[in-house]
Ligand binder design. Structure first.
Ligand code: SF4
Length: 294
């Protein structure tokens, strides 16, 4: 069978499964009206699954280096593999060290490429590239936001401003912390005046995110806000209302979407749906729920 046929069949199958999940979810909520939900287009997801990951091309190294402050966990630190403290055997642990060495080499090389990147116009106004921060060795969750703001640009770190501090208050109630997650954005350079990133900027920056996901392979991805959610789920026209709290898959990794903390700070009515989404993620991962998010 041709690849194009396989992609079409897979996109159809995903779409049918998605409709069934919608119906099932309505029934669970007690809605027996049999209402039709808008059909989602899974072409992009099917293409990604069948084509497999795209490798990042070699990027020019000759650009001036920026004072990047990215937290890559040093080799000597205790690895928080998955938060459940499995104790590896001696052989397994030797293999782990080699795996970790490879992981750090790939990750550092990607980081260097990103530091020097001038693929889109956002490089012109940046003070720092904001590549990402957190646990790179099998984090429980990778959080993906939209793009760096002013403080992130100055510090070279993601989610360090007001929204980032608020995001921290979402983590501990579901047994997460900055130690067992990795945080990054769709675009690694700050859009001027915090405007939305343009489609061509997201596309230009996407290979970095794709490689970050492929290298560190989180157990799940949490998308914050519409830009990250649309982009990683392939549901380019879907609203946050339609996407939040639903599970998607990116290269086999479960993805759940919720509202951006900055949006919740502007509209406190979104706190409740966010908490429901976070609980769904915690239950999926088997993480204890303690208290509730603010
Ligand atoms: S936003 Fe991404 S693609 Fe654009 S210059 Fe920065 S690192 Fe490169």
């Amino acid at each position: 069978m041709e690849d194009s046929d396989r992609k079409r069949n897979l996109a159809d199958a995903l779409s049918r499964t998605d409709s069934l999940i919608d119906r099932f979810s309505d029934i669970l909520k007690g809605d027996l009206s049999g209402q039709e939900h808008p059909k989602r287009d899974f072409t992009a997801t099917a293409n990604r699954i069948i084509d497999g990951p795209t490798k990042v091309k070699a990027l020019p190294q000759a650009q001036a280096s920026h004072a990047l402050q990215v937290q890559v966990t040093p080799q000597t630190q205790t690895t928080r593999m998955d938060g459940f403290n499995a104790r590896p055997s001696a052989t397994a642990s030797t293999m782990r060290v080699k795996d970790d060495e490879r992981l750090h080499m790939s990750f550092n090389s990607l980081l260097q490429d990103c530091q020097n990147c001038r693929r889109c116009g956002l490089c012109k106004g940046r003070k720092n590239v904001v590549f990402g921060s957190g646990n790179v060795e099998r984090p429980i969750v990778m959080i993906v936001g939209e793009g760096p703001g002013e403080e992130e640009d100055i510090m070279g770190q993601p989610f360090v401003g007001k929204a980032g501090k608020y995001l921290d208050s979402w983590l501990s109630p579901i047994s997460l912390s900055r130690d067992n997650i990795y945080i990054t954005n769709i675009v690694k350079c700050r859009p001027p005046q915090n405007r939305d990133p343009h489609p061509e900027e997201k596309t230009a920056c996407y290979p970095f995110l794709q490689q970050q996901i492929e290298i560190i392979h989180p157990q799940a991805i949490l998308c914050l806000g519409k830009h990250a959610s649309n982009f990683l789920t392939g549901q380019l026209d879907a609203t946050m209302g339609a996407m939040h709290g639903r599970f998607y898959f990116f290269d086999g990794i479960p993805v759940i979407c919720t509202y951006h903390p900055a949006a919740v700070l502007r509209n406190l009515a979104l706190k409740r749906p966010v908490w429901e989404d976070l609980k769904k993620l915690a239950r999926y991962l088997g993480l204890p729920i303690q208290g509730r998010s603010k």
